[in-house]
Design a protein around this ligand. Sequence first.
Ligand code: ACO
Length: 430
Amino acid sequence: MPEYAELNINGKKHKLPVVLGTEGEKAIDISKLRQDTGFITLDVGYGNTGSCTSSITFMDGENGILRYRGIPVEQLAEHATFKETAYLLIHGRLPTWEEHRQFSVLLNDHSLVHEDMRSFYQHYPRGSHPMGILSAMLNALKSFYPELENLEEEINITVTRLLAKIRTLAAMSYKISRGHQVVYPRPDLAYCENFLNMMFDSPVRPYKIHPDVVKALRLFWILHADHEQNCSTSAVRIVGSGRVNLYAAISAGIAALWGPLHGGANQAVVEMLENIQNEGSSIQRVIERAKDKNDPYRLMGFGHRVYKTYDPRAKIMKNICDTLLSKLTTQDPFLEIAKKLEAVALKDDYFIEHNLYPNVDFYSGIVLRAIGIPTNMFPVMFAIGRLPGWIAQWLESMNDPNWKLCRPRQIYTGPKITDYVPFEQRYKKP
Ligand code: ACO
């Protein structure tokens, strides 16, 4: 591999250093390009731009590989708990038995939220989207918990608070939106069980925790725990680069995740499947619409900026979906429609040529429906899963000696210098 790439501008050669990753990823370092040449690079959507070096997550979109701190996601899905996965991402290695125990104790100790936060929920307009509420709540946490003087201690406690409280806040928002009594976290329950209990337990109908539902939720969260420099993680890093506090940076990540092209896709997939069922559209008609350039319609849950093959998370998610529905002996007509859509799309020339395969969201909505999660809370479930990744990425950026304020440039295409025309000259009096 060469140490430098050469750029020739008007006959003048510029040497640009080549940077290599541990898995052979290659980059050309252009950090001095403008200073040396006056040029910037233009890369709308950042498809060819590395915004940082990172030792957290490796993904290979051509070969469908995803690893957290070097460990394949398939192995974590098979053996790890979500808590262990969160610890791995944040601390860079798996916890020892004692570290795991202490981590569990801390998460339990911090799982309650300030009672005054209830009034926030109660005054939100009915029908507000839970992602908007969650983003606001996490930002509000900063005001409820006074800052500690010791920075390291402050960061550690904020990380724990966020991981512990996000479940409580999400479940609280669901209960209050339904006008039901809030269920408090229980120290005797593990991370996933505790969340399910806060969501679904009630004085009139005690919730029975089903081990297959716990397993599905654990896998769902592990599969979403990190995905390197995606839209919401980049939002966390960019907002964080202004040296804003962690609560605000995570709140920005949640806002970015909300959109239907990103974390809102799981909700969009289920809404798409619902429309297909309600309208009685044929699978072929749906595929034709998704291919039609004059129709903005897209096959939700298909395609990915990085994966140009089957998303490895989607493979696991499809299995969870099948297993969970058979264990619960539930039938979901949406699963049938999804499988038919996938089968037709994977044989269609357009989808083959465009490398469009199911992504993690294609089957995840059906899993969440089987768990009993309402559709508008699907992106919230994604956010809870992604939180350890956002935290790990924020911490890495804070500790990066080369980190700078993120401030991309642009190529201006507006009018050239134009004189101001006074108001009276622009508008004639009637
Ligand atoms: N249905 C139909 N056509 C599609 C789809 C789709 N789902 N996705 C991409 N295409 C087509 C585009 O029309 C475009 O075609 P063209 O080159 O002939 O004009 C081509 O494939 C490339 O599409 P882009 O939008 O440029 O690709 P990009 O990498 O920017 O898009 C994205 C990735 C946004 C995920 C896209 O595939 C999409 O909109 N998918 C549906 C939404 C979705 O499932 N999002 C979740 C992603 S995973 C996640 O964030 C958790």
